[in-house]
Design a protein around this ligand. Structure first.
Ligand SMILES: CC(C)(COP(=O)(O)OP(=O)(O)OC[C@H]1O[C@@H](n2cnc3c(N)ncnc32)[C@H](O)[C@@H]1OP(=O)(O)O)[C@@H](O)C(=O)NCCC(=O)NCCS
Length: 183
């Protein structure tokens, strides 16, 4: 996994243009230069107390083009929690790519950023995403009415949560470190 920077932001922007990634989520609809500018304003270091959006391109072994992306968003109003989001392009789906990336970002969130809790949201119809979260150790917490918008329309989302303590006790905490962000 490679952190998204102004140098590779265009590769992520290109992925974001794929229409089937927007079936279950809203993604930014901006030009490549504007997107690159947005990336340039993001934090550069992932460490305890860091806030903002951290994002990685996912490169499965032996691939030169990214298979998807994964993000970790830490809000200033709740710096002990992070929210995970991800997508994998169609050709790479069903091979465990998202699950592996989520596991790596869980590790970055708890170990590098020192978070106490991770949250993830998906719409009820997104069975693949629900399965990814389940396999990565997240627990289903309930429905958040109108918790997101898809195609500009408010939709209910399923809340999933993973506490640091539960992760440490689960044995899932032994994964390859993949932050790549300087501390
Ligand atoms: C959700 C998504 C990221 C999953 O990526 P992926 O790399 O294929 O995920 P993985 O291979 O790690 O795991 C997918 C799991 O879902 C299962 N799955 C896939 N489609 C499914 C379906 N329609 N119903 C039930 N399970 C399904 C797979 O069998 C697999 O589980 P398994 O390993 O137990 O067999 C990918 O489908 C995607 O990008 N979708 C479009 C964008 C999106 O929805 N992003 C997430 C927003 S919350």
């Amino acid at each position: 996994m490679v952190p998204v920077t102004v140098e590779n932001a265009r590769a992520l922007w290109t992925i974001l243009q794929q229409p089937d990634l927007r079936t279950y989520q809203d993604l930014p609809s901006v030009s490549a230069p504007v997107f690159t500018e947005m990336v340039g304003r993001r934090p550069k270091h992932l460490h305890a107390g860091a806030t903002g959006r951290f994002e990685w391109l996912i490169y499965p072994s032996h691939t030169r083009r990214p298979a998807g992306w994964i993000s970790l968003r830490i809000a200033e109003r709740d710096p002990a929690s992070g929210e995970i989001g991800y997508s994998v392009v169609r050709d790479h789906r069903g091979r465990g790519v998202a699950t592996e990336a989520v596991r790596a970002v869980i590790e970055a969130g708890f170990e590098d950023a020192g978070l106490g809790r991770l949250n993830a949201y998906c719409v009820p119809e997104n069975a693949a995403s629900r399965r990814v979260l389940e396999r990565a150790g997240f627990t289903y917490e309930g429905v958040l009415p109108h918790g997101a918008t898809v195609g500009g329309t408010p939709v209910d989302v399923l809340m999933h949560r993973l506490e640091r303590e539960a992760w440490l006790q689960s044995g899932n905490s032994i994964v390859m470190p993949a932050s790549g962000y300087p501390a």
